[in-house]
Structure formats: C-alpha cells, structure tokens
Write a protein that binds this ligand. Structure first.
Ligand SMILES: Nc1nc2c(ncn2[C@@H]2O[C@H](COP(=O)(O)OP(=O)(O)OP(=O)(O)O)[C@@H](O)[C@H]2O)c(=O)[nH]1
Ligand SMILES: [Mg+2]
Length: 145
C-alpha cells in the first residue's frame, strides 16, 4: 500500500492549500467535507478534529499515512487538539504552523500548542502566501521527486 501524508487541522487553517502545494495541484478551496486522497496526501475535514466523536475516523485513516501533519493556524490559533493527541498515531507526527505571514505575535501561542499536543521540535513555520519554508517541508516529506 502506498502511504500518504495526512493533514489534520481546524477550519480554514490552510490544509487544502498545503495539500495542493504537496501535490503540485490546484484543486478549488471549497470546504473539505470528506477524506480526500491525493497523489501524495490525505486531506481531512476539519470536523474530524473539532468533534471528539470523530477522532476514531482520523485514527483509522492514519493507517494509510506515512506522516501526520498537525496544523496550527497562526492567524487564528484556536485550541482544538486534546493534550497529548500526537501519541494517538504510530507514524511520525510533524507540527506545522500555517499562515506565518499573519499575526506574528501569535507565534509563542502556536509553539506552546504544538508542545501541549505532544509533538517534538523542530516545527515547520510556513506561509503559502509568501512561500516561507514550504520547499523545505516538501523536500523533508517527499525528497527529490
Ligand atoms: N495569508 C495566508 N492565507 C492562507 C495561507 N494558506 C492558506 N490561506 C488561505 O486560508 C483560507 C483557507 O485555506 P484552505 O486551504 O481552504 O483551509 P482548509 O484548512 O483546507 O479549510 P477547510 O477545508 O474549510 O477546513 C484560504 O482563503 C486560503 O487562501 C497562508 O499561508 N497565508
Ligand atoms: Mg480544506
């Protein structure tokens, strides 16, 4: 089975934008309502992390994941993850702060959130507005393909 990069995050945190970048695709950014398998990725609906009764679907879907990316939106770092949530997964879990072009004063809060989730540093601080750190994240995940 081909394993894919699974992306988890709250509403409008930039999951599908990052996924388009990782797949070199340009799918329209309408609200993600279902699990969507792409060339390299698994996109997930924000309702799965915003509703504890849906965690089981994330855990089941992660069986097909090479990595789980946990997104925190620097523009709106609402706490949706339970403490220690990273330990739910057996594959590597990577902390990603999105939209770092916005609200830089939230950076500390984002860092604390990722630590509370139980993810180890280094974290990736990205922006798909100004392309900050996105090439290094892609290279880390996918190598030279
Ligand atoms: N400023 C800024 N905006 C971004 C960035 N990444 C994504 N966005 C914008 O944030 C909005 C939400 O992006 P999506 O990729 O659809 O977010 P999502 O997490 O897939 O959203 P849902 O599927 O609805 O939960 C869009 O308007 C994007 O253009 C970024 O790095 N910087
Ligand atoms: Mg989406």
């Amino acid at each position: 089975m081909k394993k894919r990069i699974m992306v988890i995050g709250p509403t409008q945190s930039g999951k599908s934008t990052l996924i388009n970048f990782l797949n070199d695709s340009a799918r329209p950014l309408k609200k993600t309502q279902d699990v969507i398998y792409g060339k390299n990725t698994i996109d997930t609906p924000s309702s799965y992390i915003e509703n504890p009764s849906m965690y089981k679907y994330l855990i089941a879907t992660a069986q097909a994941a090479s990595h789980v990316l946990i997104l925190v939106d620097q523009a709106r770092p609402t706490e949706v993850y339970p403490p220690g949530f990273a330990k739910t997964f057996t594959c590597p879990v990577i902390g990603v702060v999105t939209k770092t072009d916005l609200v830089p004063e939230n950076a500390d809060l984002c860092n604390q959130q990722l630590r509370k989730i139980g993810i180890f540093e280094p974290y990736f601080w990205i922006s798909l507005k100004d392309n900050r750190n996105v090439d290094s994240l892609k290279h880390y995940l996918l190598g030279n393909q």
